[in-house]
Design a protein around this ligand. Structure first.
Ligand SMILES: [Fe+2]
Ligand SMILES: [Fe+2]
Length: 220
């Protein structure tokens, strides 16, 4: 079995992750983001009581999901897939598990129409990494991305009946945060999809208060 720790400590992977560049006016895609997505994926998989093998593999998928950004931003998921495939083909890993990881990497931009748990977890883990620490220095000057400065922290809590997308925000700035989501509705939509996939109800909670997002804008 290919262990997450072995991939993490592999020089080839370290140098790939170190070389991911982020657009300075946008959001961080580099090391900070990668390890946040690994942490989120582990967290979500544990909340869903996934077994150790699955948790190991979902962490490998998270670690490699954005390596295609070293090629270019456009279609980077496809490049991530190609780089990860070339890497995993050299490793001792069961064919079925390899395919599951590669599929989650290749389709990490949306989980629309997906029936695959690993893919769903990677998409959700990626999309909940939106808080002020994700902002690149010049994102503070971007009309839309500057609104992330009001998000202190985000997490996903899964209960028997619901998926709770929980935000800790600066008081009085929910409307500003909505401007960000109106421009990029994907995080809200993907969490709705994830909840639907798990047969649970999504709740969006900002400082202990549940907010309802417009059905039209955030239609899935
Ligand atoms: Fe990505
Ligand atoms: Fe990402």
């Amino acid at each position: 079995m290919l262990k997450y720790e072995d991939v993490l400590n592999d020089k080839e992977i370290i140098s790939l992750i170190e070389s991911i560049k982020s657009d300075e006016y946008k959001l961080n895609h580099s090391k900070r983001h990668i390890f946040k997505v690994v942490e989120n994926a582990e967290n979500i998989a544990k909340q869903l009581n996934c077994d150790d093998k699955f948790i190991n593999n979902v962490k490998i998928a998270a670690l490699l999901h954005d390596v295609g950004m070293t090629v270019q931003r456009k279609n980077h998921a496809e490049y991530s897939y190609e780089i990860a495939k070339e890497y995993l083909d050299k490793k001792d890993i069961n064919a079925e598990e390899k395919q599951e990881i590669l599929n989650a990497i290749r389709k990490h931009s949306t989980a629309k129409d997906s029936n695959d748990l690993m893919q769903q977890i990677i998409v959700a883990s990626d999309k909940i990494d939106i808080d002020k620490s994700r902002m690149m220095p010049k994102a503070y000057f971007s009309d839309i991305n500057k609104n992330l400065v009001y998000i202190n922290d985000v997490r996903l809590e899964i209960t028997d009946s619901s998926v709770n997308y929980i935000f800790n925000i600066e008081d009085g700035h929910f409307k500003d945060i909505c401007l960000f989501f109106e421009d990029w509705p994907k995080p809200v939509k993907e969490i709705k999809r994830f909840a639907k996939f798990l047969n649970k109800t999504p709740h969006f909670i900002f400082n202990d208060k549940e907010e309802v997002f417009d059905e039209e804008i955030y239609k899935i």
